[in-house]
Design a protein around this ligand. Structure first.
Ligand SMILES: Cc1cc2nc3c(=O)[nH]c(=O)nc-3n(C[C@H](O)[C@H](O)[C@H](O)COP(=O)(O)OP(=O)(O)OC[C@H]3O[C@@H](n4cnc5c(N)ncnc54)[C@H](O)[C@@H]3O)c2cc1C
Length: 448
């Protein structure tokens, strides 16, 4: 008689090594630690939180924005903060600055979906009436199924495609380009039309709650990094700061360990890399880079830098404002109230855009002058502090063809997963994308 095999369920929790302590890596670490996995986070910097955070003790908080459709981000916030202590999310209108110096906001009517999309578009005074009407008619044809999006959107630039649907050069520069830059970090001339449509859809073609824009006055550090770190420490996860992962070692077709810069080898059952693509490829075994198309395609991905200027001014701020800009070297400015008599301004740009502007005076003078010319600063103000931060390779370039190269989270190696806002999540490289990618890695491990 053949003996019946007895299945032995291991009672030892499985171990997971997570490379990179940005928001994607921290999401995986949080989810798995809560489910009893033995987690080790390896982060090369002294601080957790990744590219979007750089706060040092005493720094003013850097606010961030989220959309209503960022469901994974909202869910993580809810899970990290008890109901009375949820970070305050203030709904803000989307404003555009027109060439005559006036501001126009994108309306949010309360008609049921999808009617509100159409009405909002028709009421939006940032686009000349004729173009607005043409665009609204085209959107209607899409709903009715009388028109379809072209099949080649990923092969052409957003600028080229918008021109083909009769959006004038002025509308592209005043409205669509700053919107694309604010939502994706990419400009119209270089990003694919497919990435543009995917970024716009959740904001303009979804339900009213999904299209809500909120500013969170507390920083990413306070909202995500600190509470996740506390949970990791309470549950005895290991956090290795100032530690560089230098190589992924393999045996046959599995990862067998991660080599750290001090020469030690960390071994685990699972490995999740939550690093930018440029930092991931040097760690991979040469053999896999030549053998698997999945890893080869990482070399095709390119990134762009991001520059952010923070200015803290002693002047009251009646209400937070998000303004998208077209005729300066900045594409957006966010103004928030930091205290009853203090306003924080965050201006976003890229290093190359800023270099082109070559301001005559130092930024400490040039930026307040700009804000004054936009009517955002009165002449009676005192600058409390300024800070300029450039993050090289912060944002994935969404140039035509990129969609095909963004990898899914499961790799061909059974115990290796990839997280990061740049992986294939369907979102532009933002906070939601980082969290979605982290959730998918955690699910892949727990639901295996
Ligand atoms: C200035 C700025 C502001 C932003 N604001 C918003 C916003 O308001 N709303 C929004 O939705 N999105 C925003 N984003 C986008 C979003 O925050 C990012 O896409 C997201 O945080 C990326 O997280 P990540 O974990 O994928 O990558 P990263 O943050 O890049 O994390 C990767 C981590 O890996 C570490 N690392 C790299 N190599 C190694 C190695 N060899 N060994 C160990 N560790 C290593 C790095 O130090 C880093 O901590 C912003 C981005 C920036 C740059």
């Amino acid at each position: 008689m053949v003996p019946r095999p007895i299945l032995v369920r291991s009672t030892t929790p499985q171990s997971v090594a997570i490379l990179g302590g940005g928001l994607a890596g921290l999401t995986v670490a949080y989810r798995l630690t809560c489910q009893g996995y033995r987690v080790t986070v390896i982060e090369r910097r002294p601080l957790l939180g990744g590219a979007a955070t750089s706060e040092l003790p005493g720094d003013d908080p850097e606010p961030f924005t989220i959309l209503g459709c960022h469901h994974a981000t909202h869910a993580l916030l809810h899970s990290l903060h008890s109901s009375p202590q949820q970070p305050e999310k203030i709904a803000i209108p989307l404003e555009f600055r027109l060439p005559d110096g006036s501001f126009v906001h994108y309306p949010r009517t309360s008609f049921p979906a999808p009617l509100h999309t159409w009405v909002n578009l028709l009421k939006f005074a940032g686009i000349p009436w004729k173009e607005r009407w043409r665009l609204a008619s085209w959107v209607e044809q899409l709903w009715e199924g009388d028109a379809e999006l072209p099949a080649d959107l990923e092969q052409r630039t957003a600028d080229d495609w918008l021109a083909s649907i009769d959006q004038s050069a002025q509308t592209r520069s005043l409205v669509w380009n700053p919107l694309a830059q604010w939502l994706t970090g990419n400009d119209l001339a270089t990003m694919s039309a497919d990435a543009f449509v995917r970024a716009m859809k959740p904001l303009f073609l979804s339900t009213r709650p999904d299209s809500r824009i909120s500013v969170v006055q507390d920083s990413l550090q306070t909202c995500f990094v600190q509470p996740i770190t506390e949970v990791l420490m309470q549950k005895s996860a290991t956090i290795l700061r100032n530690t560089d992962a230098t190589q992924l070692r393999y045996e046959q077709d599995r990862i067998s360990g991660v080599l750290l810069q001090d020469g030690s080898l960390l071994q685990a059952d699972w490995y999740v890399t939550a690093l930018p693509p440029q930092q991931l490829t040097p760690l991979l075994p040469e053999r896999w880079l030549t053998r698997y198309a999945y890893f080869q395609q990482l070399a095709e991905l390119q990134s762009i830098d991001s520059t952010i200027l923070h200015l803290h001014v002693e002047q009251p701020c009646a209400a937070p404002r998000l303004i998208l800009l077209s005729d300066t070297s900045f594409y957006s400015v966010l103004a928030t109230a930091e205290a009853p008599d203090r306003t924080g301004f965050s201006l976003m740009t890229t290093e190359s855009q800023l270099a082109q502007a070559r301001p005559d005076s130092s930024l400490d003078i040039a930026i307040p002058d700009l804000l004054k010319s936009w009517g955002l600063l009165t002449s009676e103000y005192r600058v409390a502090s300024t800070r300029r931060r450039t993050i090289p390779n912060a944002i994935l370039s969404l140039k035509p063809g990129t969609k095909l190269h963004r990898p899914i989270q499961r790799s061909p190696i059974a115990n290796l997963l990839l997280a990061g806002s740049w992986t294939d999540t369907g979102w532009p490289p933002n906070l939601e994308s980082a969290i979605v990618s982290g959730n998918r890695c955690a699910d892949a491990i727990t639901l295996r």
